[in-house]
Design a protein around this ligand. Structure first.
Ligand SMILES: Nc1ncnc2c1ncn2[C@@H]1O[C@H](COP(=O)(O)OP(=O)(O)OP(=O)(O)O)[C@@H](O)[C@H]1O
Ligand SMILES: Nc1nc2c(ncn2[C@@H]2O[C@H](COP(=O)(O)O)[C@@H](O)[C@H]2O)c(=O)[nH]1
Length: 204
């Protein structure tokens, strides 16, 4: 039987650099991860493509997904819904592929309930000042939305103890290397456990 893949959850406050670090990680040849594209009711930003960056949904469509249990987790974040389609995650894991979720904290905690065996990584900013200047620098949010996101960010940072690892995103390539090392170590640990049980069963 094929061993189940690893579920990796990266979260952290808006603007910390989750998307940037994820793209760096996915461009590396020595690690193979499968990105779970989220659904959202937020409007697309300039350059964002439906089915690549997000599945952009109306409120009605999203609520239909909730009702029909099509989401592994979902959350309302600064006035919009965000959620993880469950079928892609379940199918990929059962086929032995490692799945990567990039989601906010309320959703990550729901995933932890459903998949305690997942790997939960919190990406932390070097400081709140740097976080704010990254969100401003991205140029995608109005001043009001930036302030709302910063308010939520403080609550999210308070939850970092709930994660298996906290990685500081001081520099993108360093954060990316740290996450790669965590994933590799987790694979080694699982392989060791699997080998130990296999040996135990052979002796029985
Ligand atoms: N280590 C870093 N140093 C400096 N700037 C960074 C770093 N990482 C990311 N950035 C910049 O910070 C901004 C926010 O990054 P990004 O969009 O990846 O954040 P995010 O956590 O995915 O945000 P959201 O959760 O809102 O989608 C971008 O302009 C990005 O270029
Ligand atoms: N709980 C979930 N959070 C998600 C999901 N997809 C993205 N996100 C997070 O929402 C905020 C805002 O994202 P933005 O693209 O509007 O800046 C950010 O923290 C994302 O990581 C999801 O499926 N579930």
């Amino acid at each position: 039987m094929k061993e189940r893949g690893l579920l990796i959850v990266l979260s952290g406050p808006s603007g910390v650099g989750k998307g940037t670090v994820r793209k760096a990680l996915f461009s590396q040849e020595d690690i193979e991860l499968h990105y779970s594209i989220s659904a959202t009711t937020r409007s697309p930003r300039e350059g964002e493509v439906n089915g690549v960056d997000y599945f952009f949904k109306s409120h009605e469509e999203f609520e239909h997904m909730i009702e029909h249990k099509k989401l592994l987790e979902w959350a309302e974040y600064v006035g919009n819904y965000y959620g993880t389609p469950i079928d892609y995650v379940e199918q990929s894991l059962s086929e032995g592929r490692d799945v990567f979720l990039e989601i906010e904290v309320q959703g990550a905690l729901q995933v932890k309930e459903a998949f305690p065996e997942g790997l939960f990584i919190f990406l932390a900013p070097p400081s709140l000042t740097e976080l704010k200047s990254r969100i401003i620098g991205r140029g995608t949010e109005s001043e009001d939305l930036i302030n709302n996101r910063m308010k939520v960010a403080k609550e999210e940072i308070e939850m970092m103890d709930a994660y298996d690892y906290v990685v500081e995103n001081d520099q993108v390539d360093r954060a990316c290397d740290r996450i790669k090392a965590i994933v590799t170590a987790e694979h080694c640990r699982r392989d060791r456990v699997a080998r130990r049980y296999k040996r135990m069963l052979e002796v029985e």
